[in-house]
Write a protein that binds this ligand. Structure first.
Ligand code: FAD
Ligand code: SF4
Length: 515
């Protein structure tokens, strides 16, 4: 072969222009690599999902008569790094050129660009053709260390790609329908939540390989099956299911949480994040499909639901990717609140008395999934209020979630949820007391703590921790006009109560592992 083309585990994009032609002199390489299993400790479902999706993609390419070399851990255990692997395979097959697609993670991008600089092969890098905004256009809209409003970015993307637009006006007259959305579940709503669309991807052989090669992992895997969509066909079927059963209430219950359903229930969320991030399905394909369903079923699906969903993919997803690339590598070291605590032990077993946290952690460990608000306002909120070091928080999130790849995990975690990034993403911290959790969930009803209490044995930990957080960071936050009112409320409180609240928080902080 003349050319060796590398396909990474999150580059399973069958629509890439690489596959528009079949060159008999090109060999495609898809390889399980130990290097990718231990840069952080991963959930078993995440490891199995990537290896399974890679295997299926290799089979699909072979069936379509491309030359493909799929290597398992058994066949790459001698290759310590990706460059070692590329060099060995290129030499074995007498390739003179190596092609790769830009990795979406800084660590890998650097590793491959260093390889490109020093290699004796002719090495060429290609765009992944996956995101709506081409990589080289990020610098037109973003600047290092500067906050860009998501709303502003999102509206410009709507205009640029003519999505949900009537001429230059937003379809339906409004850019944002959040005020119609974000309800809590009532009892009757819970009974009506549809079952999630699950798949039976058997990963027994992958699991044996992980064990054989001493790959350490955590989390659970039921019946050796990964239920996430791991092929393009499964992703399409998951999207169709979402449009038929879930989209009509997506925005309405986007932030709602309940412990009255089994842990696999992802409520009205799409479960598409792995498929999107592995590039099995293109964001524009998802958006256009959703728009077609909306246009055909306007009596059933309202604009509020559709706009809410498109905002996540065309807005948030593209936005965090830009924030990541424009600010790396310095972004990974940001810790503006000087958080220093270590992650409590219950992050690894869910064994904590706080019902909301226990539910969100247990669900994450069992299913490699939690929805946005569980990640942000339950788990992230606890880390923020208790001052866990953002490196620890990042590693946990990067390991646990099925969809976690650094470009999307880090801005969401370090930036949005931990407010560690010098306010590049969020202009104020997503800090909340138990009141917010009670407003959006039924967790508090089944909790040993009392959400209404700030002090005392049964006081909800979020309450006093919230006030100590606001108090501790007053000099930084008080100037923010969006937060000023909070301090006015605090100052009005009785001195004794304030002292008792801070003492309560101190008690929780010293006993962080026993909450
Ligand atoms: P839905 O709720 O159905 O949303 C549809 C799609 O929109 C998602 O599949 C996703 O591609 C996109 N999306 C929604 N919100 C965001 C967001 N904030 N940023 C980027 N894309 C978004 N998402 C990841 O893909 N990987 C991560 O590692 C990740 N880490 C997160 C960490 C924290 C602290 C928070 C608050 C959010 C994180 N998210 C991450 C965003 C979001 O939680 C997940 O995308 C979502 O829960 C995936 O489930 P779903 O496919 O059912 O999403
Ligand atoms: Fe969570 Fe507090 Fe409610 Fe318990 S009382 S579920 S800890 S918010």
């Amino acid at each position: 072969f003349k050319v060796l083309r590398l396909i990474l585990g999150d580059q399973l994009n069958a629509s890439h222009s690489w596959f528009k032609e079949k060159d008999p002199d090109t060999l495609y390489l898809i390889a399980e690599l130990k290097q990718e299993t231990h840069y952080v400790k991963h959930h078993v479902q995440k490891l199995c999902a990537f290896f399974y999706a890679m295997e299926r993609f290799a089979v699909a390419l072979k069936t379509a008569n491309y030359n493909v070399l799929h290597l398992s851990l058994d066949e790459t255990c001698q290759d310590k790094t990706l460059p070692d692997l590329l060099t060995r395979i290129a030499n074995t097959h007498n390739c003179t050129e190596i092609h790769y697609q830009y990795p979406d993670e800084y660590r890998l991008k650097k590793q491959l660009s260093d390889f490109k600089k020093n290699s004796t092969f002719e090495v060429t890098a290609f765009d992944t053709e996956h995101f709506m905004l081409p990589f080289e256009r990020i610098t037109e809209r973003f600047e290092k260390n500067k906050h860009v409003t998501m709303e502003h970015f999102y509206r410009s993307m709507r205009k640029q790609y003519n999505i949900l637009m009537d001429g230059d006006k937003p379809h339906g007259g409004k850019w944002n329908y959040d005020s119609n959305n974000r309800n809590k579940f009532k009892k009757a709503d819970i009974a009506a939540i549809p079952q999630p669309k699950l798949f039976n991807n058997d990963v027994s052989s992958i699991l044996s390989r992980l064990k054989k090669h001493n790959v350490s992992y955590f989390g659970e895997l039921e019946n050796n099956q990964v239920p996430w969509p791991l092929t393009r066909k499964q992703a399409q079927s998951c999207l169709a299911y979402f449009c038929e059963h879930l989209l009509k209430h997506f925005g309405q219950f986007q932030d709602a949480m309940t412990d009255q359903v089994n842990n696999n229930a992802s409520l009205y969320h799409s479960r598409l994040s792995f498929a999107l991030n592995a590039k099995l399905i293109h964001p524009l394909y998802v958006i256009e499909y959703v728009l077609r369903e909306f246009n055909a079923n306007k009596d059933m699906i309202s604009i509020s639901q559709v706009e809410g969903f498109i905002r996540q993919i065309l807005g948030w997803r593209e936005y965090v990717r830009c924030v990541y690339w424009i600010n790396m590598p310095e972004y990974a070291d940001k810790n503006q609140l000087n958080a220093t605590q270590t992650l409590p032990t219950y992050f690894w077993d869910g064994n904590v008395k706080m019902n909301c946290l226990s539910h969100a952690l247990t669900q994450s460990l069992e299913t490699a999934y939690a929805h946005h608000i569980q990640r942000l306002m339950i788990i992230g909120n606890l880390c923020l209020l208790t001052g866990i070091h953002p490196d620890e928080v990042d590693s946990w999130y990067l390991g646990v979630y099925i969809d976690a790849i650094e470009w999307v995990e880090m801005p969401n975690t370090r930036g949005m949820s931990q407010f560690a990034d010098d306010a590049i993403i969020a202009t104020k911290p997503y800090a909340a007391s138990g009141n917010y959790i009670n407003k959006m969930s039924d967790y508090c009803k089944n909790c040993q703590y009392d959400v209404k209490q700030k002090v005392g044995e049964k006081a909800c930990p979020y309450n006093s921790l919230y006030w100590q957080f606001m108090n501790k960071h007053r000099s930084l936050l008080e100037k923010n006009p969006r937060i000023g009112m909070v301090y006015k409320n605090w100052d009005k409180q009785d001195e004794q109560l304030k002292e008792r609240t801070l003492a309560q928080a101190k008690h929780y902080l010293t006993n962080l592992n026993k909450l």
